[in-house]
Ligand binder design. Sequence first.
Ligand code: HEM
Ligand SMILES: *[C@@H]1O[C@H](CO)[C@@H](O)[C@H](O)[C@H]1NC(C)=O
Length: 509
Amino acid sequence: MLLTFILLGVVLALASIFYLNVYSYWARKGIPYETPLPLVGNMKGIGSKYHFRDINQRIYDQFKGKTPLAGMFTFLQRTVVIMDLDLIKQVLIKDFNYFQDRGAFNNPRDDPLTGHLFSLEGEEWRAMRQKLTPVFTSGKIKQMSEIVVKVGDLLVDSMDKTVKTAKVDHGDVEIKDICARFTTDVIGSCAFGLECNSLQDPNAEFRAKGRMIFERRRHPKLIQAFLFTNAKLAKKLRMKIFPDDVTEFFMSAVRNTVDYRLKNNIKRNDFIDQLIELRAENEEAAGKGNGIDLSKGLTLEQMAAQAFVFFVAGFETSSSTMSFCLYELALNQDIQKRVREEIEKVLSNTEGGEITYDALAEMTYLDQVLAETLRKYPILPLLTRETNREYKVPNTSFILDKDTRVSIPVHNIHHDPEIYPQPEKFDPSRFEPEAVNIRHPMAYLPFGDGPRNCIGLRFGKIQSKIGLAVLLRRFKFGVSKRTEIPLILGLRSFTLATENGIHLKVESI
Ligand code: HEM
Ligand SMILES: *[C@@H]1O[C@H](CO)[C@@H](O)[C@H](O)[C@H]1NC(C)=O
């Protein structure tokens, strides 16, 4: 009995020393901070009451203008939120060498799909980024846009069918799903060389696997949270995140496509072709598993991981962008009319009214509408970086230790009334060239910035523009009985997503 009490006392004492030690960190560093709670840090209510952007909003409102950065805890992980735009530029661009990593989990040795560009670190990231940069040149994107236009035809067919059946439901259509099927088919075709058919068949395997990545987890929530906030430790413990069948599905999709193309000498000018060009002559020499030596080329596992990240980063982001855009156009009929007129005008000058890469470049109002969509709805509401060594913050006495998480509150900057007056108003004129020129370059970050920005930026824009152009030519979007005003955004996903999809009234023109 006595022993139990003593033990309990020791445990409690250790726990409180640990707690005081961890959470007194910012006070000891002399950096302004929001007071944390035990274990959850500043994340109380995340996923149940608040989204990440709400937590950042609280910190942004509390500290903006008073300090360039403020400390907080993502559970146990020390994090600084940066509010000052000049300092953001320093972190993303000028002092990039200190902030090259994201601190995201990766363990390519045991969990091959995690060895992708988004989560690789240090030299491995640098070498992979260098290898993949030529995959995304404008020449390559231009070639791929032809594949996208073909999938666009299927999107129109599919919407046609949906609109006919929707008549019974007063014309109401859930457009997020149909946009996601479009981008799944585009990326599936460009990154895996497959006709995914999810537009014709809503339950096609690729769409199902695509959903699974976001909805099904290998581990329960708590372990998941541990993995994301203790990425390095989790790697040492050789933990994995992807369920085995997801890994197997993507590995065999890539393996089969590569074998087929090589055997039959097929070229389609898509991501897979370009990955094949980067392939190692000799898998053994390229060093499977431990450590990555890209000088010899990519192994099949490494190719699969990159194809995987193109898929994940490519389909959800662009389909959300398209559907948020259509939602705003449904609420703002005058803007919708003006975009449609621009699309018609530009396409009346192309052969057979075909959508081409060059024609898309002429649609400048559509560009502005897309830019304003991503201003109001940045799909990644925050950017993350991690210090890889000690960093002295310019113009202050603050010093950031190695392994400090850095969070850039993109959503909150995009909704700051001092930068964007009436931030909830959808107003594409904010992106007229003169208006853009007078804003700070870091006031708009939907694709991040600096050497680690979105590598698929051009492709993402082209794919969204093609999808929007084909739809707006043939259909009119309006408000139905089921349209949510305002839109209800989900709290659980890291990205910006709606809770119940997006319902609009869709009519053929
Ligand atoms: C509208 C569509 C898209 C949006 C809004 C978007 C947004 C972003 C953002 C915010 C980042 C982080 C940048 C940073 O930390 O500075 C990112 C990174 C990335 N994106 Fe995108 N993205 C889009 C489309 C795509 C597409 C189509 C692909 C691939 C085909 C792609 C592949 C990637 C990859 C691989 C990274 C990691 C880059 C690195 O760490 O070196 N994205 N994206
Ligand atoms: C530091 O101060 C100088 C001079 O006021 C200014 O130009 C610069 O942008 C500041 N840097 C940061 C990161 O705030």
